[in-house]
Design a protein around this ligand. Structure first.
Ligand SMILES: [Mg+2]
Length: 111
């Protein structure tokens, strides 16, 4: 899967979500997408804590690595949905940040 394909698929999901749960305007959708990131980040945190045996036994007993992977994907997906709502060119800004980080730490240009 390429980033282009990932974002294209999330554009379809975004369109579906906007039809299924119509919100009043861009501001409300931005708020909802931001809250969804927080929800999914909480779920990922819960799974990480569980993986470290820092949750109650009933959660630890049900733990599998797939739970962490699924919640990680939910966080990434919800971030992409926010980026789509904010009309951010995700690939472009990620490359800009990677370049910034490589420059900041003097990393060579080999990728
Ligand atoms: Mg989730």
């Amino acid at each position: 899967m390429t980033i282009d394909s990932l974002i294209s698929q999330y554009r379809l999901i975004s369109s579906f979500l906007n039809d299924r749960w119509p919100l009043k305007n861009h501001e409300h959708r931005t708020f909802a997408r931001t809250m969804k990131i927080m929800e999914e980040l909480g779920e990922l945190s819960d799974e990480i804590l569980t993986s470290m045996n820092l949750q109650r036994n009933t959660k630890i007993e049900k733990f599998s690595r797939t739970n962490i992977e699924d919640e990680f994907a939910d966080v990434m997906g919800s971030l992409i949905l926010l980026g789509i709502e904010l009309d951010i060119d995700i690939e472009k800004v990620m490359q800009r940040k990677i370049d910034f980080t490589r420059d900041r730490f003097g990393m060579d240009d080999e990728k």
